[in-house]
Design a protein around this ligand. Structure first.
Ligand code: GLA
Length: 657
């Protein structure tokens, strides 16, 4: 049994192969967190400290007992308005305008299998692979219920968390903050490892002590962003790649998020992850509910490489789906850096010929094939082929590429619109734009309002039309080159507080439809490089374009950061002509650590270099089973000196690269 409940002490224990997670519905009805860490036996309520603490209040139910304060006790799901003045996971605004919810334990259920979430992505598991715990807490005044969900994947050392907020009362309320998971630690000194960055320099790794302040990182850009990633690690002071305690928290969500970490007045550490409370206010009529996206927790005392492996396994076995999780993935050459907007059908066919000579499986035609798009000023939204530029129909071009023995893939950016486009002229109200104000742009484009079901149909139609007319399209590069600017949904009108949520759910609806209709078409997710790299995305996309930066030296850092939370299989890395001071060997070696590809005109290479690349493709193809499906060990960090080294080992440890 991965989940047990002791009726007498009201202690819940969640057990995985190497970890234990414990909490208690205490005598007052509050759900207190007791322990998360290495697997252990026994009940840990003895760890709780009670003392008369100045300036830390006591809940009404404690009467005159000044030793009981929620401001000091470790909690499972802290709520604003209960006397806990630390960061809180929940804030509910009630019909009377008060902001308070006092969640008290009512009941729980334990079931075989893993819970699912409506309209949101989640970790999947078979009935025999996981157990679910649902704990129901209720505010006695408003009858707002919290259904705290825990999924325990015992073998994988994974615990997932989510929460459903249900308005079981009679009056409407508004959810103003709803995080998905909180971890409270009574003892210990920790570092927070986060992955910050910018366009063309994503996932830099930064390790900072959690100190007496509240650290907040997140995104208010509408996507998970280049700047921070919804994956963080809380590590012990001496933890390194090979040893020591570390906890991972990963958010299965592609929109705005917030991570908060703080050390409180009693030196206790709290870390939370979930939706951001900024630009968020979700109304709940009586009977309605709101589901917060899932957080995946994992712990090990064997260091960061091991934590990464636990996450890599979880992704490959419980998130990714479809044929390409295990099937051979194509090596591709992309037209972008070879030609940018300046190409014709012949350029693409020429690339196909060169690709064939190198042993590359596929050519991807990047931006510039549709509407009147010869630069980034216009035509997003007008997804009809520029036949003049391609010298014929798309079908004809695909036939020419296929005739060279190479498959054909195509770039799209279907969630966006340029104001200079027929789509915008026809449907200005489909774009997210502020009323009565001058619009500001990012790359001359606007984001389509995916909270609107009509827009969802349109975006699905972009993919559907291409594949209906051209079933030979074997791959999509799906881009998203703008954060949400001018934040206002013409569709949602006076419910703007739910825009970011409904927009992301709209994207998921579209992606779900695409995946259901075209389960075998691999798709790469790009967002100006790596601005939307998160676990949800891997449910629909086979891989990420990790960064527009392909300088092999800088890539070492980018890939090192990515690998902490994403498997090599999910990371596309292309050999390009960036940093020609480095050898072709160095460039191919760096790209070969992930899913190898090319993004350059092969004419730029001399005969020796071409032969080198040919051999590199053959070598990578020979070794890719171990590189893409093996366990990754990070041996030497580029942050520590002038070297970087990774090892991949097959699960049976008979082969290593
Ligand atoms: C983004 C991507 C690039 C390329 C361009 C096309 O910047 O990251 O790889 O596809 O868009 O406009």
């Amino acid at each position: 049994m991965a989940i047990t409940f002791n009726e007498t002490t009201r202690i819940f224990t969640l057990t995985t192969a190497h970890t234990t997670y414990q909490m208690q519905a205490d005598a007052q009805g509050y759900l207190l967190h007791l322990y998360y860490g290495a697997r252990t036996a026994g009940e840990m309520d003895y760890l709780l400290n009670y003392g008369d603490r100045g300036f830390s209040g006591n809940p009404n139910s404690a009467g005159s007992d000044r030793t009981y304060s929620l401001d000091a006790l470790p909690q499972e799901y802290p709520s604003l308005g209960t006397g806990d003045f630390r960061n809180y996971a929940l804030n509910i605004e009630n019909a009377d305008g008060s902001q308070c919810c006092n969640p008290i334990y009512i009941t729980h259920e334990i079931a075989a299998g893993k819970y699912t979430l409506k309209g949101l992505p989640f970790v999947r598991a078979e009935e025999n692979e996981a157990e679910t715990l649902k704990i129901i807490l209720e505010d006695p005044v408003t009858k707002v219920e919290l259904h705290l969900l825990y999924g325990v994947l015992e073998k994988e050392d994974i615990i997932t968390r989510s929460v459903i907020i249900k308005n079981a009362g009679k009056a409407p309320v508004t959810v103003k903050k709803a995080q998905s998971a909180c971890l409270d630690f009574l003892h210990g000194d920790y570092d927070l490892i986060k992955f910050y960055g910018r366009h063309a320099m994503e996932r830099n790794m930064e390790r900072m002590p959690v100190s007496h302040e509240s650290t907040r990182i997140g995104s208010r850009r509408g996507t998970s962003s280049h700047q921070y990633n919804p994956g963080v690690i809380l590590a012990g002071k001496n933890t390194n790649e090979d040893s020591g305690s570390c906890y991972g928290m990963l958010f299965v969500y592609s929109g705005n998020f917030l991570v908060e970490a703080e050390k409180d007045q009693y030196d206790q550490t709290r870390i939370q992850m979930g939706l951001t409370d900024e630009l968020f206010a979700y109304p709940l009529e009586a009977g309605a509910e709101f589901t917060a996206p899932e957080v995946i927790l994992s712990y090990t005392n064997k260091g960061l490489s091991r934590l990464s492996q636990q996450y890599h396994h979880c992704i490959m076995n419980h998130i990714c789906q479809g044929k390409y999780v295990h099937a051979n993935r194509p090596v591709l050459i992309n037209s972008w850096e070879a030609a940018y907007f300046d190409f014709t059908g012949d350029t693409i066919v020429e690339l196909a010929k060169e690709a064939k000579a190198l042993g590359i499986d596929m050519v991807v035609m990047d931006d510039g094939w549709f509407g009147k798009r010869n630069d980034d000023n216009s035509s997003l939204g007008d997804w009809y082929v520029n036949e003049e530029k391609l010298g014929g129909t798309l079908t004809k071009l695909i036939e020419r590429v296929n005739a060279e023995g190479v498959k054909f893939g195509i770039w799209i950016e279907p969630e966006m619109v340029n104001p200079k486009s027929e789509l915008f002229e026809k449907h200005p109200d489909w774009a997210i734009t502020l009323p009565n104000r001058k619009t500001y742009y990012y790359r001359n484009q606007l984001v389509l309002d995916l909270s609107n079901p009509k827009v969802q149909d349109f975006v699905f139609g972009v993919v559907d039309n291409i594949l209906t007319e051209n079933p030979e399209v074997a791959y999509f590069k799906w881009d998203c080159n703008s954060p949400i600017t001018n934040v206002y949904s013409p569709y949602l009108k006076n419910k703007q507080g739910q825009l970011y949520i409904d927009h992301v759910r709209g994207i998921y609806n579209v992606l779900k439809r695409v995946k259901e209709k075209y389960p075998n078409t691999p798709m790469m997710l790009c967002s100006g490089g790596g601005a939307r790299c998160d676990y949800e995305a891997l449910k629909y996309f086979t891989e990420f374009w990790c960064s527009d930066n392909t300088d092999p030296i800088e890539r070492l850092f980018i890939q090192w950061g990515f690998s902490q939370i994403f498997p090599s299989k999910a990371m596309s890395a292309h050999v390009t002509s960036w940093n020609k001071k480095t050898s072709v060997k160095f460039r191919t070696d760096v790209a070969s650590m992930c899913k190898l590809g090319f993004d350059l005109g092969l004419k730029e290479l001399n005969a020796d270099e071409l032969t080198y690349c040919q051999n590199a493709v053959a070598n990578w193809t020979r070794l890719k089973k171990v590189i893409l499906d093996g366990d990754q060990y990070r041996l030497v960090s580029p942050y520590d000196g002038n070297h970087m080294s990774l090892m991949y080992a097959s699960p049976d440890k008979n082969k290593a690269v």
